[in-house]
Write a protein that binds this ligand. Structure first.
Ligand SMILES: Nc1ncnc2c1ncn2[C@@H]1O[C@H](COP(=O)(O)OP(=O)(O)OP(=O)(O)O)[C@@H](O)[C@H]1O
Length: 428
């Protein structure tokens, strides 16, 4: 009865709380009727069996007043669960306020993605359960500190990690069939914000976790051993971290870079993690030159590798696996709304096991602040042969211009590293 009423009449939650007080009064109670998130594999949500894909959740960007019986009035911030898309509308169920269904213009709504929370102090994207634990137990955080992170095993769901004295508890935030969120069965909320507001009161979630910059390391921990190459942003060195871990160290030329912009880009790099993207290990950004420390890819750039005797001997099916790996990395960037702007075989790196990883995805965005250099009027610094016409002519970079560059990269891959449009003078 209670779960049924709570689920159907969410707007009366205050009233249900009076009749059925919350399951976890006072401080954190790990034995409450919760979906604890066990280490390793998270349990499937107990109810219901088919939660909606995150792509079906929308949020209203503005107020919209229904003009006809088929339309649905929404207020800015309302959460909507799209049942279908229909021309320029979504036919949706409103999750906030009294639930109703109807048509809402697609221009008034935006899909809810984890990135939508990136401004929230409690939302930590791209961190694992173990990292959340380490962070919450670090000095600077006290009992009651909490954070929300994307679930590692259940795509589209979230997990809540909460510090209680010297322990951290992890709870799965599940999504019900109608798009509502819950920690305790039957205790449904239309949005993550409302769920947290409720548990802040009932569980004393005291303050969002204070981030520790685990990437920031002293420069003395790194030794430069061998110069690997040089690009627009500076030199790249093979080196050792704490005398033993092999790493690649990009030594940023201070002259060309506004440090505040660089800091913003480094923040982006820290939030991106995918097996097909170069992995950031550490940053030394106190003082100059700034070091950006990444995993070392021993076979260097894909372009150079394809031109080497070993590369020239590769079979076409292997070349196809290279292209697929790059596509996977780029697809992840697209999901995160990052435009690479400089995709080319020279910016893909190859590891010992022939794994390919996309590199320079964060730094390429600094082209925005290098307009004086990359603008079409100044011309020569644009990698013209890889750049889509609208980007080259009007500086309009998008996922579509990245797809253009990917096409050129395919040419490089299947010609074993030949330069595209070889008849055209000028490089690149
Ligand atoms: N993580 C890495 N592991 C191994 N080698 C690397 C790594 N990163 C870069 N390199 C080597 O250093 C060279 C220079 O890299 P960098 O990213 O600075 O310049 P680029 O990509 O060639 O040019 P630009 O940055 O101007 O587009 C690369 O061609 C590659 O051979």
């Amino acid at each position: 009865m209670e779960p049924f009423l709570r689920k159907r009449l969410t707007f009366l939650s205050f009233f249900w709380d009076k009749i059925w007080p919350a399951g976890a009064p006072g401080f954190l109670d790990p034995d409450a009727d919760l979906e604890p998130e066990p280490a390793g594999v998270e349990p499937p949500a107990a109810e219901p069996c088919s939660p909606p894909a995150p792509a079906q959740l929308f949020r209203a960007l503005c107020d919209f007043r229904a003009q006809s019986a088929e339309e649905l009035s929404v207020g800015r911030g309302d959460r909507l669960y799209a049942l279908r898309e229909q021309g320029g509308y979504i036919f949706a169920r409103r999750l906030s306020r009294p639930p109703r269904t109807g048509l809402v213009p697609i221009t008034c709504v935006t899909r809810v993605t984890p990135e939508a929370f990136s401004d929230q102090p409690w939302y930590f994207s791209g961190i694992s359960r173990a990292e959340a634990q380490q962070l919450l137990l670090s000095p600077g955080n006290a009992p009651g500190a909490f954070l929300v992170r994307p679930s590692e095993s259940s795509h589209g769901d979230f997990s809540l990690s909460v510090r209680a004295q010297a322990k951290v508890h992890h709870y799965r935030i599940s999504t019900a069939a109608d798009g509502s969120l819950y920690l305790q069965k039957g205790q449904l909320f239309p949005s993550l914000e409302e769920l947290l507001a409720y548990y802040k009161v009932h569980w004393q979630l005291i303050q969002p976790c204070v981030p520790q910059d685990k990437w920031e390391r002293p420069r003395s921990e790194f030794t430069l051993q061998r110069k690997l190459g040089e690009g627009y942003f500076g030199e790249v060195w093979e080196g050792l971290w704490l005398g033993s871990v092999p790493v690649a160290i990009k030594v940023i030329k201070p002259a060309d870079m506004k440090l505040t912009d660089l800091a913003q880009e480094i923040r982006t790099l820290k939030s991106l993690r995918h097996q097909r993207l170069i992995r950031l290990h550490a940053v030394c950004s106190a003082g100059v030159p700034v070091y950006i420390v990444t995993e070392l890819m021993r076979r260097g750039s894909l372009q150079a590798f394809l031109g080497s005797p070993e590369g020239q001997a590769l079979s076409p099916p292997l070349l196809l696996t290279f292209a697929c790996q790059v596509a996977e990395g780029m697809s992840y960037l697209e999901e995160r709304h990052i435009v690479h702007r400089d995709l080319a075989a020279r910016n893909v790196l190859v590891g010992d096991d022939l794994a390919c990883k996309v590199a320079d995805f964060g730094l390429a965005r600094l082209l925005k602040v290098r307009d004086d250099i990359y603008s079409p009027s100044r011309g020569s610094k644009i990698p013209v042969k890889w750049t889509a016409p609208e980007a080259a002519h009007y500086c309009v970079y998008s996922q579509k211009s990245d797809v253009w560059s990917f096409g050129v990269l395919l040419y490089e891959v299947f010609t074993y590293g030949q330069c595209p449009y070889e008849v055209l003078a000028g490089e690149p």
